[in-house]
Structures are given as C-alpha cells and as structure tokens.
Design a protein around this ligand. Structure first.
Ligand SMILES: [Zn+2]
Length: 483
C-alpha cells in the first residue's frame, strides 16, 4: 500500500493540470474520496495542515475581538424560507432531512448551507439594547451544499469552515468590520500560506445575494485561473429585517442593527497545493507544514544502524524540537532511504535532513530544501540555528516566487481582441476598464469565460473606457477565469 502510493508517477502539470492536482492530493496522502459523491475524507496528514491553519486563523479572529460559539446543524424549513422572502436570489443547494427516528418530520430540516438563518434568529432573541452591541461571534463548523461538480478541497459537498456573524449599531461600523476581516484573511493568506492575493469588492452579479457589499481575496493558480479564497460581506440591514432583530438605541428608539458575515474554508488547502506544488508533489510553507524537518537516517553498509546512526538521529531530533521546530524522525526499517526521500518530497516537507555514518564521522548532516532542492552540509553544532534560518528563507522564498508569478501573469489590456487572446492563451488576471453594466459583464463571460474577480477599492480612478463596449469605466477591474 505504502509502496504503491509513492511509486506511481504524478501526472506532469504541463500535461494535465487538473489531473496533476488530483494526483498530488491523493499521493501526498492529504485526502481520499468518501462513499458519497462530493464528500472527501481529510486524511491525518491533510488534517494536520488544516489544524495549523485553523489555529492561526482562530488566533487572528480572537485578536480582533471575536469569540467562538457553536450553533445547530439543522435549520427548520420555515426559518430558512424567511431569508428567501427578504433576500432575492438566495438559493443554496440544500440537503434536507425529512425522516427522524423512522417517522416523517412535521417540518423538514435543512442541513446548514451557511448559518445566517440560525444565528440571526438567535440574535433576535439575545439583542435588546444598544448595550448588547456589537455582537462578535465566530463559529467553526461543517456545512453542506449539494454541488454538481466537485473536486477535493476546491469544491466539496460537505466542507469545513469558519463563519463570523456580527451585529453593529451603524453602517460605518459594519463596513469597518467587513474590511477588517478581509484584511485578516489577506494577511493570513500571505503570511501563513505564502499565497499572495488581490483584494477588493465583488461586482453586483458576483456578490453574495443577501449582501449590500461583498469583498473578496483572490489568488492565482498555476493554470492561470483565479481562486476565490475568502469573502467578507456587509449584509446591511437585510438579515436583521428578515429575522426581526431590533434594539432600543441610546434615545430609547427602536432600531435595526447592521450585520456582517465572513468565511474561509478548507478550500484554502486546495489553493495552497496549487500555489506551490510541482511535478514531484506538494511543497508546504513551513508555517503550516505538519513536519518542518524530516530526518532520514542512512544505515551503514554493514552492521546495525541502531548502534551509531539512530542515536545521533534522535539527538538531532531532540535539539530541533527544543528549538521549537516541528521535526519527524523517519525510523521505519521497512523502507529504503531512497523511498523515504521520494515520500517526503511528495508530501512537501520543507527540509529533509540526511544522516549517515560518514556524516557522523565528520560531525555534520546534509539538509536538502524542498523548494529548490539545494543540498547543504551543516555542522551538527549549528543545526538548530541553520534549520530555523532555512525555514524562514523557504517561507519567504515561496511568497516571493508566488508574488512574481502573480505579477508576471497579470496583464493590462486596452482592446477586447487582446483580452480574448490572453484568455484563450495563458489566462491569468487581466486588468481592464469595465462600464459596470451587468449586461456587458455577462457578455464578456459568455465570450471569454472570464468574470470580474475584483473591483479594487484603492488606487487611481479612471478615466478609462470599458474593454468591451467603450463606455466610461470609473476604474480598471481584474478579470479572470475562476475555479
Ligand atoms: Zn461595457
């Protein structure tokens, strides 16, 4: 089984990007397909990556003043319908429970596609006065959306996420919160995942139906397509109206609060894989890697490795661990070093430490970087400091490389012919004028498969012309084909 997983080749990226992605997910032991279509098992190695991401995201969410809670998985049909009455165009692909304990239920229960309905109905009960505001709650949970086309991590029927739901006294406070969390997502993505993103507003057609304004972070994948990686919504008073949330303001007058919601999901793992992986497998940024260093001891030609090699390897393991580095000693005696190299390379471990009898004689070890395969001879005395420095360099190097890719694959175009040419070729982001007419946007999508990904909120204003129709464009926007 182990031998099988590693020995089979990964489809080269250039040959078939989408197959390359699936090969990496399965062979790096990140996930497997479950018995229900579109549902994946996140395997221990993939889940460990998620745990590192989750821990850091949770810290950032709490540092910005939020607290965690947990709300139920089932939403009564009537509660979900209220949202539909007030929010035009909201139609999540729900899964329904109609039988419980062998009996037909009086009211069908939806499995949450998102928790606005559940959480806002509780807020209606909890909020009475301006003194109860703001409400700043986050939930870590699973949600279900009946997707037609699925792909591990990128689009699955059930996925894990965090969803923040907040209430505020004023529109300005809600807007500030919406942008604050967008920037939490942006810095998380860049600092932890080494995944640079564009950020800004969604167009009307791409925004969350219930939102006044939706903001997004978008990353660029290796095949030139954009990945929406986190969204933050200013929901206005729509949900407060739908669920009857009211409070007495400072003048004892009835008011509706302003709400926001924001989320990131296990989809970020898909983004991580596509941003950094290569034809040998995964490349993990050190900050989210389950093992930052893997030690592969090399047995002597003759004799027992447990006499000399293993004790030295354990010593190196202890010293790295004491320096705060996540280190794994691969002391499997059922596999050869060559197999182990390929295995850990596939799983994207940032640094591989090789240690054999000859190295021990010289009081050194060999470190191989996963990103550029550079091989370094490191004196044992310097091991923890050198390893720490290399991990930092690797983290920064991955971000710099991804930033360069993003810049190299962002094209400013002035004519529609050029637009079509880029989208039919290497794709990437296109920066161009757009008249803000949804009809024009729809035509562009029909003709090039590209959508407006980001409307920048900072930067210089036009004057410019729409790339398709030539009408005035207040500011250039980013187009791309998207996942
Ligand atoms: Zn136009």
């Amino acid at each position: 089984m182990e031998q099988d997983r590693v020995s089979k080749e990964i489809t080269p990226k250039a040959k078939d990007y989408s197959q390359w992605y699936l090969d990496v997910v399965l062979k790096a032991d990140m996930a497997d397909y479950g018995p229900v279509r579109g549902c994946m098992i996140i395997k221990p190695y993939g889940y460990a990556v998620w745990e590192h991401m989750q821990r850091d995201m949770d810290r950032r969410i709490k540092e910005t003043g939020h607290v965690n809670a947990y709300f139920p998985l089932f939403i009564p049909k009537s509660l979900l319908e209220r949202e539909k009455e007030h929010v035009e165009g909201f139609s999540p692909e729900c899964a329904w429970v109609t039988i419980g304990g062998g009996e037909e239920l009086e009211e069908p229960l939806a499995i949450r596609p998102t928790s606005e309905a559940m959480i806002c109905s509780m807020y209606a009960k909890w909020v009475r006065s301006w003194r109860d505001l703001p409400v700043l709650i986050n939930q870590w949970a699973n949600v279900v959306r009946w997707e037609k086309v699925t792909r591990p991590f990128l689009r699955t029927t059930e996925f894990l996420w965090q969803e923040g739901h907040t209430l505020h006294e004023t529109e300005a406070e809600a807007e500030e919160e919406t942008l604050r969390m967008l920037h939490v997502y942006r810095s998380f993505s860049e600092e932890m995942l080494a995944m640079p993103v564009l950020w800004g507003r969604k167009s009307e057609s791409e925004k969350f139906a219930g939102a006044l304004r939706t903001y997004t972070i978008e990353a660029l994948m290796g095949d030139g397509r954009a990945l929406q990686s986190g969204t933050s919504h200013n929901l206005g008073q729509n949900f407060a109206t739908a669920y009857g949330i009211e409070y007495l303001d400072r003048n004892q007058e009835r008011q509706r609060p302003w709400s926001t919601s924001w989320g990131t999901t296990t989809r970020l793992i898909g983004g991580l894989i596509m941003t950094h992986g290569d034809d040998a497998g995964l490349i993990l940024p050190p900050r989210v890697a389950p093992h930052q260093v893997v030690i592969v001891p090399i047995p002597p030609r003759k004799g027992d490795w447990s006499e000399q090699v293993l004790p030295k390897a354990r010593e190196a393991q202890v010293r790295l661990r004491e320096a705060g580095i996540r280190v794994h000693l691969d002391d499997r005696d059922t596999q050869q070093p060559g197999f182990k190299y390929a295995d850990w390379e596939m799983r994207g471990v940032p640094l591989r430490l090789e240690l054999g009898p000859k190295d021990i004689e010289k009081d050194q070890c060999v470190i191989v970087r996963r990103d550029n395969r550079e091989k370094l001879f490191v004196p044992m005395g310097e091991l923890p400091t050198r390893a720490r420095r290399l991990l930092d360099e690797l983290q920064d190097g991955l971000l710099a490389r991804a930033r360069k890719f993003l810049a190299d694959n962002t094209t400013r175009v002035t004519s529609y012919d050029e637009f079509k040419e880029v989208m039919a070729g290497r794709r990437g982001f296109i920066l161009a004028g757009w008249c803000r007419d949804p009809g024009c946007e729809a035509k562009i999508k029909e003709e090039t498969k590209a959508t407006v990904r980001v409307v920048p909120v900072e930067g210089e204003d036009g004057p410019g012309g729409c790339v398709r129709c030539g009408n005035p464009s207040p500011r250039d926007v980013y187009f791309a084909q998207a996942y």
